[in-house]
Design a protein around this ligand. Structure first.
Ligand code: GCU
Length: 627
């Protein structure tokens, strides 16, 4: 339930000139350009939802892309053609034939990854064509955009047989302008989704989660005025100012009167510069109710530019690292967290993250575990999730999938990661719940990787200096005086505000749980540290209380008890997000009794059955609630 308060009168201190959409990073390289169209807060714009049944046609050998010799494809394979196959054959019944027919093809409900559509697609990893028809209103003098919230992994979009646009990256939104391609009445949209990854993609081929190829979040047709509000953002700074900006897109974006209104307060008049940018810098009133997990206050903020109005729901808070402390609104906090993949409860998930599915997961964190923090691993999750975290009062770690063996020496890969980071930040920087931008997970300490991730950390700080920059780090395992000594000795730490360590002693390797209890940690001084991961597998309902047996609930529970006791002895520890809330699908986990394609480190089963370790962590967090 959102709590919106009428804001007290605000006074404008200055409306400084232009806001650079892509200012130069603090690093050597300038920031990559923002997408040409952001449609920030599109979720609050009216639009035509194109969810529903779409015809689909697999194309494992990409016959619609090229022929067998790499030349242009044969028309009989081009799924995106603006034709009726029957009508084309009727024109030349003696010779014409096709090797697809989207009008007679099976249908799948979008959004939802194809692995859940049909059993035979469970392991399909390749090029899939989706198509549907829709009736579009006449655009008139408006502009029309197809907005995709996420398509995994790369996609080409055709409207009425014409290539309209394409995108790479499985977890961030993109908008394609289609006004000139639409026609009054019936229109046909075809999208070619290619789920394949390789050594140069982000993430690379091997991960520890399911393929989940396809259209995993909604598609909408959105109309805007000729000149519209393409971006708007506000945040509370440590000096008590509310700062941010607006960016207009369109022929009359420059030197336009615009305004921003927080809550029921007075609208504040601004003017855009020649680039269509207006900078906002407001002295926040003393009466401003700050956002926090215990009081997740959101304000309706209305941005107006001529006949375009956008109302976003924004919370105001500050987050900072000071010494080894993390301060929320100036007060030290302990992050009582858990990690989460984007996967709904159920035995056949398809990443269909409906509000109900998201609420079911986040309620287990907030009310079940008494948590205040969620690591949205390992990629940007649905905007519905980050908005619900705003409303429910959960702080968020947001991450891009620079995961494991990325091709760190490849400039194209770096460019892909930089654009993905930009799209993530530009989509979510109004979300008070997000306190951390993470630039990677478990990446090896090499010169190429250090440069790659330092560039991303600098990009994140340049694009949004109001949040903590972090990455989940690999750590060193040594023996000293007969006990395990772990070390965070990653040179990347100097580019991070928050140190985050993944550790699995007591699960992977030969350490016993008794060893874990005695382990010590060394790390650079002067920064806060969290455990971004620790965990053990357990098959829900598998018990053996007589002795420590891996995959039993008892072993997982004891793993948590020993690890939590060890964690309490780390002076700079300021939180944790254990791995993981619930069991999730992974092709890497194939023990026929305990796993069957599921990673079983969840504190809950895939259907939401709590395991014994769930209460171990919940009781630990209840004891931390005063922190
Ligand atoms: C790794 C990785 C996770 C993985 C987990 C595991 O640390 O970050 O994505 O699922 O450990 O091995 O279960």
């Amino acid at each position: 339930m959102r709590r919106t308060l009428a804001i007290l009168a605000l006074t404008l201190t200055c409306a400084a000139p232009a806001l650079a959409q892509s200012s130069t990073s603090s690093a050597s390289a300038p920031l990559p350009a923002a997408p040409a169209v952001l449609l920030t807060d599109a979720i609050n714009r009216p639009g035509q939802d194109l969810s529903g049944l779409w015809a689909y046609s697999t194309d494992l050998y990409r016959t619609a892309e090229t022929d067998i010799n790499g030349r242009p494809p044969a028309p009989r394979a081009m799924r995106y053609r603006d034709i009726s196959v029957d009508a084309e054959v009727a024109k030349k019944p003696d010779t014409e034939f096709f090797e697809f027919d989207m009008d007679k093809a099976p249908k799948a409900a979008l959004p939802g990854a194809w692995n859940a559509a049909e059993p035979e697609l469970r392991w399909f990893d390749g090029l899939m064509w989706y198509q549907r028809h829709f009736t579009a209103e006449a655009a008139g003098n408006r502009r029309a955009f197809l907005r995709f919230e996420a398509v995994n992994y790369r996609v080409k979009v055709y409207v009425n047989g014409q290539l309209a646009g394409q995108h790479e990256g499985g977890f961030t939104p993109f908008s394609i302008e289609v006004g000139k391609l639409l026609r009054a009445g019936d229109n046909q949209v075809t999208i070619g989704v290619d789920s394949t990854h390789d050594a140069t993609t982000v993430p690379p081929t091997v991960t520890d989660w399911d393929i989940y190829g396809g259209v995993t979040r909604p598609i909408r047709l959105i109309y805007t005025p000729e000149t519209f509000i393409d971006d708007e953002f506000l945040h509370l700074d440590l000096d008590g100012h509310i700062r941010g900006g607006m960016h207009l897109n369109g022929a009359s974006a420059g030197n336009r009167d615009v305004s921003v209104k927080i809550g029921a307060g007075k609208a504040i008049a601004l003017k855009t510069d020649g680039n269509g940018d207006a900078k906002i810098d407001i002295t926040a009133p003393k009466g401003l109710k700050l956002w926090s997990p215990d009081s997740p206050t959101l304000y309706d903020v209305t941005f107006t530019a001529g006949n375009d109005t956008l109302t976003d729901h924004i919370g105001f808070r500050t987050i900072q690292a000071r010494g080894t402390d993390i301060l929320l609104n100036g007060k030290p906090i302990f992050l009582r967290g858990i990690s989460m993949h984007e996967e709904e409860f159920g035995s056949n998930p398809a990443r269909r993250m409906t509000p109900e599915a998201i609420r079911a997961l986040l309620t287990e964190v907030k009310e079940g575990l008494h948590g205040n923090f969620v690591r949205l691993a390992h990629y940007p999750h649905s905007e519905l999730t980050t908005r619900m975290a705003d409303e429910m009062g959960l702080m968020i770690w947001s991450e891009i999938p620079v995961y494991w063996s990325v091709d760190f020496g490849n400039e194209k890969t770096l460019s892909t990661a930089r654009h993905m980071l930009a799209e993530n930040i530009l989509r979510d920087r109004n979300r008070a719940s997000i306190i951390v931008w993470s630039v990677g997970n478990e990446t090896p300490n090499t010169p190429e990787r250090n440069r790659f991730l330092a560039t991303l950390a600098d990009d994140a700080r340049a694009r949004d200096g109001t949040r903590l920059i972090s990455a989940a780090l690999l750590v060193s395992h040594n023996m000293k005086d007969g006990h395990i000594e772990m070390a965070i000795d990653d040179p990347l730490v100097e580019h991070l505000d928050l140190m985050a360590a993944n550790t699995y002693n007591g699960w992977y390797g030969d350490d016993t749980l008794a060893d874990v209890a005695k382990e010590t940690w060394t790390m650079p001084a002067g920064k806060p540290m969290i455990f971004s991961e620790f965990g053990a597998d357990a098959l829900a309902g598998f018990h053996d209380a007589t002795r420590p047996v891996k995959f039993t609930e008892e072993y997982q529970a004891e793993f948590y008890r020993r690890t939590l006791a060890m964690a309490d002895r780390i002076p700079a520890l300021r939180g944790m997000s254990p791995w993981i809330l619930k069991d999730f699908q992974s092709p890497r986990r194939q023990h026929p009794v305990y796993q069957n394609g599921w990673n079983r480190k969840g504190l809950m089963s895939e259907t939401g059955v709590r395991k014994e370790a769930f209460d171990v962590l919940a009781n630990y967090y209840i004891g931390k609630e005063k922190d």
